[in-house]
Design a protein around this ligand. Sequence first.
Ligand SMILES: [Mg+2]
Length: 285
Amino acid sequence: MPLISLIAPRGNLGAALVSSLQGAFGATGDALWLSPDEAAEFPVTQRPSNFDEVRKTVSGQHVDLNFVDDANRRKSLLIADMDMTMIGQECIDELAAEAGVGERVAEITVRAMNGELNFDDAVLERVDLLKDLEAAVIENVLNTRITLAPGGKTLVQTMKKHGAHTALVSGGFIQFAENVATQIGFDEAHANRLLIENGKLTGEVARPILGRDAKVEQLTRLSPDTSKAIAIGDGANDLGMIEKAGMGVATHAKPIVAEAAPYAINHGDLRGCLFLQGYSIADFT
Ligand SMILES: [Mg+2]
């Protein structure tokens, strides 16, 4: 039976809201609390006709409402975007800030992530602006500017403990993705490679460029039965894998992505992707 899931930042989900939605949606059973004051769910017979409207209203109260298909609910593959998903930054913007071209690059990044620019062209245009930057800056940016997104380590470690495979698939750069994947515990990482000669960025990336289609290819390679996969991301280049995976989640995503994705976490941290799969806080690593 399908479920309605409610997830809020810790301590912010009230029993009154849960019970009023049980009434409004005609719940067919009791609410199950996966984490006190944070995540609850209840069964319904079908997607309520006013679901989208109610979802908008409760979003104003910082609660994420999702309609969950409970078939194959616990996924055996996690495929995740890196920039602004598993980390709190866009690596290319941080590199550009060090190179003194921060504003120009950030403006292109926003348009690319909103789907307004061709992804490959946007990568090439921005990397070209980084030409002659000392490669040692990468290490510096990793150490001083990059932060892991809250809940990401718990998401990866808990799924791995329950037998899932985990892959970081980034349209950003492998020079960052390998380090981030190791810190979080991903089984593998894929990304574009910044080319370096004589200790400096050449302003080029290795081809072919890993874009939207390459993320979908990684998903189908790792889980030919895509219903068994959860894909998460925030950008327009993540929408292919988000739409194809059994559970595609827009995480703190650009509006165009959040609206197109079957699932969205806008308020809670990445542990929300565990609640959507039916894990309770007692299962977390
Ligand atoms: Mg991203």
